[in-house]
Design a protein around this ligand. Structure first.
Ligand code: G6P
Length: 612
């Protein structure tokens, strides 16, 4: 959950590193640091707090001279955020400097062993174990590559590392296992980074490092070795993103920008896969015979991606008539799940590197299931490990709270549902055509949800309720899943306690928490459940709740019950989650803003959760 970057090139390293780190802050932002080869040797500068603290300290990098270096932005695991625990970490000898993303599981044992050899530690981090381990081997035989390789063999857990050695000015070594690392090829300069946005300004030509790969590079050369130490040809890939994709543009926050990017992101995900009114999922092997053989589909994910899974459970089960279960990845792995080759396990992840999700994927494969990953980040660990991949093509998502990636995950699920139901013949041709038409209409419909009128309404409600302590979200069926996501948004970015409940379940406990003025947001997009929802709304209203109703245009009778209503376009109700979620994202955003919080970088969170 940290971000790392490495640079060797024709330019001054410190400004490049700091600029790169600013694009990786979504991965962690409790402290930052860099190490540069200066004419006087390795110089380490680090600071607790946001990257801006370090930037100021170093005059945006101008305070350090040197063209090769490494940098890090941290989300603390071992050791609280502090100057001392910030990366880079030097070995006791001062010869080796390391930045690290990941977690070393056998760090305590290694630390004890190194300490028994007289090696002195300065921080509480697992990363200092790495620098000292490499330093230990280097002291025995001063061979930089071999010292790194020997240390790697002893590390358990996950790591992406960028390493400098005081005796090899100009050279950076980068290695990885279970944490992402990409290599960027420039003109007279080379890069490594945890993610593409960090280097996009300089190059669009990258190579994805695989587990066990080692990159050894300076400004003009890059050599890649595989796990056995043999030379490796890495495939160069072109990143189609534009620099502006990873910039805020005219928006105040990435979250708002990404909310507004949803119509385009949906077009990018849907239109290439909808040909002549048919879902065409190139590269996926999900034919009728295979689908018929399935006894159950599992959807496994974390956070918002799990809520997409909950929507998908309803959508897939209804259209395909295959029993489908959504499971949180952190629970799946240790629940001894009944999974074998008669199951398809669909893994959903924006980053493609969430530790629990990756572990669940491996567990599913181990038990013989076929796995299909719905992933945004190309070349990520989950994309690589799954049997089949369906990319969500949402483009880079920088705000910690997901919006457009969530929407594109939903779109992927709809496409999959359409394909599977078509292959199985579980829906009529007429139904198929109507669903395909609804899918094609989705991007425009989302655009309409983002109308100035809706924006104003959400802003108004947010300003009215930003000082409250609790909010409740209620809905039935797919709407109850949308509520889960809406409630999560409020928790994540606005730090407001909120609960999402299937409306029928409310009276089995949570209703006792409703008092005068409590905000209850009710989502009603499912026609046959509309009246039942109104009854549930009346129940809370009579206990003093202030009611927001979120429904489709036409359902104006909601105004008889709700104190405040927001309308979204009517679309096939199986896809209505995609419309209903947008005002809830806006609510989260505006409440956060009204409370003066850091919308894009909420406290304690990180976008990629690479620890279990
Ligand atoms: C973190 C993020 C969430 C995200 C979840 C799963 O908690 O803050 O927004 O939904 O991880 O991430 P993934 O990358 O696997 O979708």
């Amino acid at each position: 959950m940290c971000g790392i970057v490495g640079y060797a090139g024709k330019n001054q390293a410190a400004p490049v590193l700091l600029e790169g780190l600013s694009k990786l802050e979504y991965r962690g932002y409790d402290s930052a640091g860099i190490c540069v080869y200066t004419p006087e040797g390795l110089r380490v500068e680090k600071a607790k707090g946001r990257l801006s603290v370090l930037r100021e300290k170093l005059d945006d990098g101008k305070a350090i001279t040197g063209q090769v270096g490494i940098g890090h932005t941290r989300w603390a695991t071992h050791g609280a955020p502090s100057d001392l625990n910030s990366h880079p970490h030097l070995s006791d000898s001062g010869k080796i400097a390391v930045v690290h993303n990941g977690i070393i599981e056998n760090q305590a044992r290694l630390r004890a062993r190194l300490e028994s050899q007289g090696i002195h530690f300065r921080s509480e981090t697992d990363t200092e174990v790495i620098s000292n381990l490499i330093g230990y081997y280097y002291d025995q035989t001063p061979d930089f590559i071999s010292a790194v390789r020997q240390a790697m063999a002893r590390l358990e857990g996950s790591f992406a590392l960028a390493i400098l050695c005081a005796d090899r000015p100009g050279t950076v070594i980068a290695v990885k296992k279970d944490s992402p690392l990409i290599f960027g090829f420039g003109e007279g300069e080379n890069f490594v980074a945890s993610d593409v946005p960090a280097i996009l300004k300089h190059t669009q030509t990258v190579a994805y490092l695989d587990d066990g790969d080692m990159a050894i590079f300076d400004a003009n050369h890059a050599v890649f070795l595989d796990a056995a130490g043999d030379p490796l040809e890495k495939k160069r890939e072109h990143i189609a993103w534009d620099v502006s994709d990873a910039e805020r543009g005219g928006y105040d926050h990435f979250m708002l920008k990404e909310i507004f990017e949803q119509p385009k992101a949906l077009r990018d995900a849907i239109f290439p896969r909808l040909k002549d009114g048919k879902a065409v999922l190139e590269g996926l092997e999900l034919d009728r015979d295979y689908l018929k053989s399935l006894r159950k589909i599992y959807l496994v994910a974390c956070g918002s991606a799990y809520y997409v899974s909950v929507v998908a459970k309803y959508t897939i089960e209804k259209a395909c008539r295959i029993p489908t279960e959504a499971v949180m990845a952190s629970e799946f792995r240790y629940s001894d799940p009944v999974v074998d080759e008669s199951n398809l396990v669909i893994i959903i992840s924006q980053s493609g590197e969430t530790a629990d999700t990756l572990a669940a994927l491996r567990e599913a494969k181990r038990r013989g299931a076929k796995t299909l990953a719905i992933v945004n980040v190309v070349g990520s660990a989950i994309a690589k490990a799954a049997d089949q991949v369906m990319y969500t093509w949402a483009g880079p998502e920088i705000a910690v709270a997901t919006t457009k990636a969530f929407s594109n995950q939903l779109a992927a699920v709809y496409l999959l549902t359409l394909h599977m139901a078509g292959a199985l013949g579980t829906i009529s041709q007429e139904e198929y055509d109507s669903l395909a038409a609804a899918l094609a209409a989705l991007p425009d419909a989302v655009e309409r949800v983002l109308s100035p009128e809706n924006l104003k309404k959400c802003q108004y409600l947010a300003s009215r309720y930003c000082g409250r302590h609790d909010a409740f979200y209620i809905g039935r069926n797919i709407d109850s899943a949308v509520c889960l996501e809406g409630s999560l948004k409020l928790k994540e970015v606005a730090y407001l306690h909120s609960e999402a409940y299937p409306a029928g379940e409310l009276k089995h406990g949570p209703i006792s928490l409703i008092e005068n003025g409590t905000l209850v947001i009710s989502v009603l997009t499912q026609k046959e459940l509309y009246e039942k929802m109104i009854s549930n709304m009346v129940e809370v209203k009579s206990r003093g709740a202030y009611l927001m109703g979120l429904t489709t245009y036409g359902n104006y009778s909601i105004e008889d019950t709700a104190d405040f209503s927001v309308f979204v376009p009517k679309i096939d109700q199986r896809f209505a989650a995609s419309l209903a979620v947008v005002p809830l994202q806006l609510m989260g955003y505006y409440v956060s803003l009204a409370r003066g919080l850091d919308v894009d970088k909420p406290r304690n969170l990180a976008k990629s959760v690479t620890v279990e």
